[in-house]
Design a protein around this ligand. Structure first.
Ligand code: UFG
Length: 328
């Protein structure tokens, strides 16, 4: 039995493939390689193609004995989604529909889904609980919420069980040093800050200094990518044991402001990281911090790389060794 990982050449996908390999799983990866990197796939059978290509996806299901899917393949930039929402509906929502229909056709009944804290929008409560209101403030979060809802109805109609994992802010790199974060363009705070530390950018632009937080900058819950990867493995196990559909937050439960992240990065790298304060970025909530109590209780998940110094330290090791990303 194989696990199909869509988007397995991307940042969180590739770390999950690594975690599955460590457990001796048979793995099939589908990635259109628009954002992903072949070099990030440490093992398994890689198919290069798009979920929206029905013939291609049919071949993947036909050639492999797939019993579970972990679905990462999606566009995932908040800023871009505000400028080009159509791209997000097409790639994320329509792509997921194509995948679920193919799963239904081939009788595959388990899916673990890469969801996001962006489904909540400006949260009602801090920390955020899974039962809190979902009112996305950006198109990216709206498409991820639509994908979750689609899965709910495929469960009702076809018995496809899903575990949706709503991550807060993924950061860090694999302890082996073999894989890390390489987006083009890079927009995420931690890698951009480290690019400044490497001298690749003159400064970090801080988006907004007038939020209702202690220092005026946005607060986020940073979680190590390998801790996220472990949760996916546990979710597959839960579904294989007959577990029902569920939604879990994944975060450390501690918030750090943009300014605090920069200060810790200065300590970790020993480099100067000049900051320039700019206007708010459209669609950014002020504070996003997770309650992951359900994931801890029901999945048995326990993040083991929680210190932000260590998360940024692992990212720094990757960026120093791979200053231009993969294979460049
Ligand atoms: N930020 C800056 N300057 C930058 C980049 C980011 O000030 O150059 C700020 C943002 O405004 C935000 C914080 O740093 O306040 C974190 O921004 P990221 O872009 O790193 O992450 P986001 O919080 O926007 O989004 C990330 C993922 C989403 C996910 C979300 C959930 O990209 O997929 O976390 O919180 F939905």
């Amino acid at each position: 039995m194989a696990v199909l990982v869509t988007g397995g050449a991307g940042y969180i996908g590739s770390h999950t493939v690594a975690a599955l390999l460590e457990r001796g799983e048979e793995i099939v990866i589908v990635d259109n390689l628009q954002q992903g990197h072949k070099e990030a796939v440490l093992g398994g059978k890689l198919y290069s193609g798009d979920l929206r290509d029905a013939d291609f996806l049919g071949t993947v299901f036909q050639e492999n004995d797939i019993d579970a899917v972990i679905h990462f393949a999606a566009s995932s930039l908040v800023g871009e989604s505000m400028k080009d929402p159509g791209k997000y509906y097409h790639n994320n929502v329509y792509g997921t529909l194509c995948l679920l229909e193919k799963m239904n056709q081939y009788g595959v009944k388990k899916i673990v889904f890469s969801s996001t804290a962006a489904t909540y929008g400006e949260p009602e409560n801090v920390p955020v609980d899974e039962l809190d209101r979902t009112l996305p403030t950006n198109a990216y979060g709206e498409t991820k919420l639509a994908m979750e809802k689609m899965m709910k109805w495929f469960d009702v109609a076809h018995g496809i069980k899903f575990v949706s994992l709503r991550y807060f802010n993924a950061a860090g790199a694999h302890e082996s040093g073999k894989i890390g974060e390489d987006h083009n363009p890079e927009t995420h705070l931690v890698p951009v800050v480290l690019q400044v530390a490497l001298g690749q950018r003159p400064h970090i632009s801080v988006f907004g200094e007038d939020y209702p937080t202690d220092d005026g900058t946005c607060v986020r819950d940073y979680i190590h990518v390998s801790d996220l990867a472990d949760a996916h493995v546990l979710a597959v196990e839960k579904l294989r044991k007959g577990g029902g559909s569920a939604i879990y937050n994944l975060g450390n439960g501690t918030g750090f402001s943009v300014k605090q992240v920069i200060d810790i990065a200065v300590e970790v790298t020993g480099r100067e990281i000049p900051a320039v304060f700019e206007a708010r970025r459209a669609g950014d909530p002020a504070v996003l911090v997770a309650s992951s109590a359900r994931a801890r209780q029901e999945l048995g998940w326990s993040p083991s790389r929680s210190k932000l110094e260590d998360i940024i330290g692992s990212a720094w090791a990757w960026h120093q060794a791979n200053p231009s990303g993969y294979n460049k």
